[in-house]
Each structure stands twice: as structure tokens, then as C-alpha cells.
Write a protein that binds this ligand. Structure first.
Ligand SMILES: Cc1cc2nc3c(=O)[nH]c(=O)nc-3n(C[C@H](O)[C@H](O)[C@H](O)COP(=O)(O)OP(=O)(O)OC[C@H]3O[C@@H](n4cnc5c(N)ncnc54)[C@H](O)[C@@H]3O)c2cc1C
Length: 406
């Protein structure tokens, strides 16, 4: 194995593979490593929405998703704690013109990105990174080992930590930040035999887990992706055991009948979502963090793939510029933080406000009831989901006063 690269990327999920793909466009010599063998599963809702589609199109990979097993969805079915529900159809996104979202199991989706990256950069699967190489505080590479192999060092001018929620890179650099107020815990299980609308994702706001939700997403091959998530600090405060809450939700009066004939495939798995309601340290001398390692998941929707790909694109550009200047100092790489927060900061801040509003049960009941009764309200929500109407209207208390009289 070559042991000296421009860029070593640790983790080949959406963040890592996308960084690799954009970095090769800049002509960089890249190594992408992952501790797992692909295809590999990742606990997720599998929803691929607007922002991800923009990057998939730009990378020429949307056709690969279209050809792979997936479910195309055209609407969201919201249900409120009082049991009222409304179906809202997507509007075309002004960013990419797309009218659909996809449910593509991560076993399949991540492999599409990884295979595309593998065609362009050096990759090693089954390679677990255990440490970072450092000299006078500057990151110079990584230490790791292939399954059953000896420990080895790989040098790089820049190391990218794309290694997800429990990032070894940020741990070894002493910047790992697991704040219970900015971290969601969620379950996921696949089922067959659940009655669903095959073209709609379902977000069910259940009282006990507000501001989280219980999702039911139709996947390929008759499968359904089901899960629920909640902010960690609230989970602890309320003494909720999430696996138990998942089983209770499936048996709840609103859902029981639909799950009566269902067969659960595999276990109810749990994983963590570091949300971007907090600004963390994501770059320094010789390194950057992208995707979940940087904690960029939307605090309201729980979507992280789009932001992972967004951070990857920005990181690859900044890395290329820094390498061409011959300056990989913390000061130079801070351009990454600045550009990323310029791009994502406003929407993450707004989503954090919405997460807080989402705890107020009467407001969710009001919005869903009004949208179910009034097509103009449903259209207004569709406009916000597509990014046509600013989402900040949802965070404005006056909006709810106006809704009362609609
Ligand atoms: C239950 C749940 C539901 C979700 N639902 C959605 C959804 O529907 N839509 C959405 O957009 N987002 C969703 N998310 C968020 C989304 O899954 C993440 O934001 C996304 O996976 C981030 O991608 P990533 O590449 O940063 O990290 P990951 O996908 O976690 O990839 C990290 C990679 O790093 C590798 N790695 C880790 N440690 C090492 C090491 N030491 N050495 C080498 N390799 C290593 C791992 O094997 C892995 O392949 C959900 C998350 C959860 C937990």
C-alpha cells in the first residue's frame, strides 16, 4: 500500500465518499479507508431528499440511484398527537427541480457512492483507524490496521475525519463533543407486511416523544423502514427507554391495525444523531471533519445525508485551495468552517427553533388540523418543504395566531 497521500479520508459513508469524489475533480491524490467492507448497512431512515439530490445530480450519480432498488416518494403524511393527519405533496425544488424524494436503503445507497469513489481514488476496506499521527500539534496522517493485519502508518498532507458519530479522529484530537442537548438517539427496524401509502413518507408526532417523531417510510421490495428518535437529554429527563417506546408506538391505537400482519426483519437497532444545533470544532492544523463527525444533522428533521454531502463538497474545495497554496494550517483550513456555516448555519439555527416549537403539542395539533381542512395551508407547508416559502415563517409566533383564524 502507498503510504503518502495528499488527502486521507477516514470513513466511506456519504461524507467520506463524496469528499473523495469532489477531491478527485481537483486532481488530488486521495486514499479513502473504512473499517467495514462494502456494501454495509448504516442505521438510518434511508430518506434521500432535496439537498442530497442536488449533489447526486452534480456528481452524475442520480441515475445510479434510479437504477438501484429504491422507492420514489412524492408526499409526506403528517399526523398530530390528536390523531389528525394530512398528506402534503412535494413541490418542485427550486434548487434542483426535483419533485420526488427517494427511500434507498443505506446498504444500497452508500455502496453507490463508494463504488463511484473507488473508480477514482485508492480505497481500503476493512481498515480500522486507531490513531492520528501528529507532530507539534499538526496532523500528519493516520495509524490503523487491516483486519488481522499489523498496525501501519499512512501519511497525508490533510486528514479528513468522515468517520461518523463516534469519530476516532475527533476523539484522538480531543475535540469530540457529545452534548446531550445536541444529540438525538433513534431506533430503526425494517418490517414487511405493514399497510402503507407506497408514495408517501410518514412523520407521526406522538405525544411522549415530542419533539421527535415516529416515522414509517416505504422501502423497496415490500419493506418498510420504521423508527423513532428523541433528543438525548429529554429522553433521560423523561426516563424513556427508546426500544420500548418503539414497540409501544407500533402497538398504539393509531398504528396497531397496520402492524397486525407485519413481520419484523432483523432487530430494532439504535444509533445516534449529532445535530447541528451547536457549532463544534471541525478543523485544525492538517485536518477537517465532515458529515456526522462534524455534527451537522438537521435538528428538526433528523436528515444528515444532504448536509454530509454539502460539507464534503465545501471541504474538498477548501482542501484543494489550501494544498495549492502549500498552507494546511488551522488558520487556512478555518475557511472550511466559515463557508460551511455560511451555507448551513441559518437553516440549522432555524431548525433548532423548530425543534423547540415541536415540543408544543397544541401547535402541532393546530398546524396539522388546519392543513387537513384548508388546501391553502397545506400548500403553504408544501412551499416551505420545497424551500419556496422561507421556513422561518414556521418559527414566527404570529403564524400560529393567523392559523387560528384560517
Ligand atoms: C436512526 C437514524 C435515522 C436517520 N434517518 C435519516 C434519513 O432518513 N435521512 C437522512 O438524510 N439522514 C438520516 N440520518 C442521519 C444519517 O444517517 C447521517 O447523517 C449520515 O449517515 C452521515 O453520513 P457520514 O458519512 O457522515 O457518516 P456515516 O454514514 O456514519 O459513515 C461513517 C463511516 O465511517 C466508518 N468508520 C467509523 N469509524 C472508523 C474507523 N475508526 N476507521 C475506519 N472507518 C471508520 C464507518 O464504518 C462508516 O462507514 C439518520 C440517522 C439515524 C441514526
Amino acid at each position: 500500500m502507498q503510504t503518502d497521500y495528499d488527502v486521507v479520508i477516514v470513513g466511506a459513508g456519504p461524507a467520506g465518499s463524496t469528499t473523495a469524489l469532489y477531491a478527485t475533480q481537483a486532481g488530488l491524490n486521495v486514499l479513502l479507508v473504512d473499517k467495514k467492507q462494502f456494501p454495509r448497512d448504516k442505521i438510518c431512515g434511508d430518506a434521500i431528499s432535496g439537498k442530497s439530490i442536488t449533489y447526486l445530480k452534480e456528481l452524475g450519480l442520480l441515475d445510479c440511484v434510479e437504477r438501484a432498488p429504491h422507492r420514489k416518494v412524492n408526499s409526506v403524511l403528517f399526523s398530530a398527537p390528536n390523531g389528525k393527519s394530512v398528506k402534503i405533496y412535494f413541490k418542485p425544488s427550486p434548487e434542483n427541480g426535483n419533485l420526488h424524494g427517494y427511500i434507498c436503503r443505506r446498504l444500497i445507497f452508500d455502496n453507490i457512492l463508494f463504488q463511484a469513489a473507488q473508480e477514482k481514488v485508492d480505497t481500503v476496506e476493512g481498515f480500522t483507524v486507531t490513531d492520528v499521527l501528529r507532530e507539534s500539534g499538526r496532523v500528519l496522517g493516520i495509524v490503523g490496521r487491516e483486519t488481522g493485519g499489523a498496525s501501519q502508518e499512512i501519511r497525508a498532507r490533510i486528514v479528513v475525519g468522515a468517520d461518523g458519530f463516534s469519530s476516532i479522529i475527533s476523539r484522538k484530537l480531543g475535540i469530540y463533543d457529545m452534548d446531550p442537548d445536541h444529540w438525538i438517539v433513534a431506533t430503526r427496524a425494517y418490517y414487511r407486511g405493514v399497510s402503507v401509502d407506497p408514495e408517501a413518507i410518514e412523520l407521526n408526532y406522538i405525544e411522549d416523544i415530542l419533539p421527535g417523531y415516529f416515522w414509517i417510510f416505504p422501502a423497496d421490495d415490500g419493506m418498510v423502514n420504521v423508527g423513532l428518535g428523541m433528543v438525548h437529554s429529554r429522553l433521560k429527563k423523561k426516563g424513556i427507554r427508546l426500544r420500548y417506546a418503539h414497540l409501544e408506538a407500533v402497538k398504539a391505537p393509531h398504528f396497531r391495525e397496520r402492524f397486525e400482519q407485519a413481520e419484523q426483519i432483523g432487530d430494532i437497532a439504535g444509533w445516534n444523531l449529532p445535530v447541528g444545533s451547536k457549532r463544534r470544532v471541525i478543523s485544525g492544523d492538517g485536518f477537517v471533519l465532515v458529515g456526522d463527525a462534524a455534527g451537522l444533522i438537521d435538528p428538526f428533521t433528523g436528515e444528515g445525508i444532504g448536509n454530509a454531502m454539502c460539507s464534503a463538497r465545501i471541504a474538498a474545495r477548501v482542501i484543494a485551495e489550501a494544498l495549492s497554496d502549500g498552507d494546511v494550517s488551522a488558520a487556512r483550513l478555518a475557511t472550511y468552517d466559515q463557508r460551511l456555516w455560511q451555507r448551513l448555519g441559518p437553516e440549522l439555527r432555524l431548525s433548532y427553533q423548530l425543534q423547540k416549537i415541536g415540543q408544543i403539542k397544541p401547535l402541532i395539533n393546530l398546524v396539522v388540523s388546519k392543513a387537513a381542512a384548508n388546501p391553502d395551508v397545506a400548500d403553504w407547508i408544501a412551499g416551505m418543504m420545497a424551500g419556496i416559502i422561507p421556513k422561518r415563517e414556521l418559527a414566527n409566533p404570529l403564524t400560529y395566531v393567523k392559523l387560528l383564524f384560517k
